[in-house]
Design a protein around this ligand. Structure first.
Ligand code: GDD
Ligand code: MN
Length: 363
């Protein structure tokens, strides 16, 4: 599978080297080019080559993206072992037989051509590109054990992706497959990532943002509870700041009785927490009022818990430790934060299994 966009100058050498590498290993390879109507005439050149070589060309109407091109190629390909590579000769076609044989022998279901294992390397990359690549790889660290999940050069059994809903966000279809595919064995073979032969890279600035988006989606896919709890906590942290600010302002500046100030602070924070959790943590599309009522009910239960804990600390524990309320506003804030922390755990479970139970089950 070779996605192409303006790769006319690289096609002939690519096809020649792929065919040569495969035939000398006794493999018969079908090459599938998925071209996005490249302005430089890559598609026409591919058709030309297809007259004499075992080459299939899929033409798409315009630049629809690398990942979806690869998926389109999977559909068009007839083989049961699929190999994906770039057209610009950054990936050595000579590695294909070794990658395929690891799948044929049953040693692996997925084989990644890797820059970041022993003997793997990149050519002449400037410092910034190395850093960006390493940083991007680090972000995916807990998604897969593969050391170079960003690689655009990989082979897989067709069964790995059969019946799997793949989301072609951005450039990293390999990472998507590593996270969502059905396989038990993924191995890496070292490659030397050469500079592209001709033409320019298509990786623009927008790709970096799309990648971060993609990684977040994959973490949510892989660790739905953990990522939801982290989001819920982040919302809670914002809520705690709002809560503390209101509590402090009301009790210190307007001399509102501290328990009453805590109630006011809690109501405002609960409402803003609701909106943030609805939109972000649970991505809910359900009707607002009933859900809001449920969230508030949970919050009120939480508030009761909050007040009991706060009362326990401020009116029982603090006098026992001989801390006077007059110069103890910081202790009050701290006591309130402790209460909020305990309550947030209660709230997370109550909201996940009641308020947003449909959203929780949907995952
Ligand atoms: N059909 C199609 N549509 N092909 C595309 C598109 C598109 O929108 N965008 C890029 N391609 C093709 C290119 O023609 C090339 O064959 C391949 O996808 C990779 O594009 P490059 O522009 O050469 O990408 P790169 O060299 O910056 O990135 C490569 O290395 C990265 C690792 O550093 C790719 O292999 C990435 O997948 C890889 O992560
Ligand atoms: Mn390239």
């Amino acid at each position: 599978m070779v996605p192409t966009y303006n790769e006319k100058e690289n096609l002939d050498e690519l096809v020649r080297r792929v065919q040569q590498a495969c035939s000398s290993a006794g493999l018969s390879a079908e090459i599938v080019i998925v071209d996005d109507n490249s302005p430089d005439g890559t598609g026409a050149r591919a058709e030309e080559i297809a007259k004499t070589e075992n080459l299939k060309v899929v033409h798409r109407s315009g630049k629809l993206g690398l990942s979806s091109a690869v998926l389109e190629g999977f559909k068009a390909a007839s083989g049961s072992i699929l190999v994906v590579m770039d057209a610009d000769l950054s990936h050595p076609p000579e590695m294909i037989p070794e990658m395929v044989s690891k799948i044929e022998s049953g040693e692996a279901d997925v084989v990644v051509g890797s820059r970041y294992v022993k003997d793997g390397s990149v050519e002449n990359w400037p410092f910034t590109r190395r850093i960006i690549s390493k940083g991007a790889t680090l972000l995916a660290r807990w998604l897969t054990k593969v050391k170079d999940p960003m690689s655009g050069f990989f082979a897989l059994k067709r069964s790995v992706i059969e019946g799997v809903a793949l989301d072609p966000v951005g450039y990293k279809i390999g990472l998507e497959i590593l996270v969502k595919g059905k396989y038990t064995k993924a191995v890496e073979v070292p490659i030397h990532f050469a500079d592209r032969k001709a033409g320019k890279s298509k990786l623009g600035g927008g790709e970096y943002l799309r990648y971060i988006d993609h990684v977040i989606l994959l973490y949510e896919y892989r660790k739905p509870w953990l990522s939801k709890y982290i989001k819920f906590s982040a919302v809670g942290l914002v809520g705690a700041i709002i809560n503390s600010a209101i509590l402090w302002t009301a009790s210190e500046i307007f001399f509102v009785y501290y328990l009453l100030a805590a109630v006011l602070a809690f109501c405002v924070a609960a409402t803003s927490n609701y909106y943030m959790n609805r939109r972000w943590t649970y991505r809910s599309k359900r009707s607002l009022p009933w859900q809001y009522a449920q969230f508030l009910a949970v919050s009120v239960c939480g508030l009761v818990l909050n007040l009991i804990i706060l009362y326990g600390i401020v009116d029982v524990a603090m006098p026992a430790l001989d801390i006077g309320m007059d110069k103890a506003s910081l202790y009050l804030i701290a006591a309130n934060l402790v209460a909020i922390f305990i309550v947030s755990i209660f709230n997370f479970f109550a909201n996940s299994f009641w308020t947003f139970r449909d959203e929780t089950r949907r995952r």
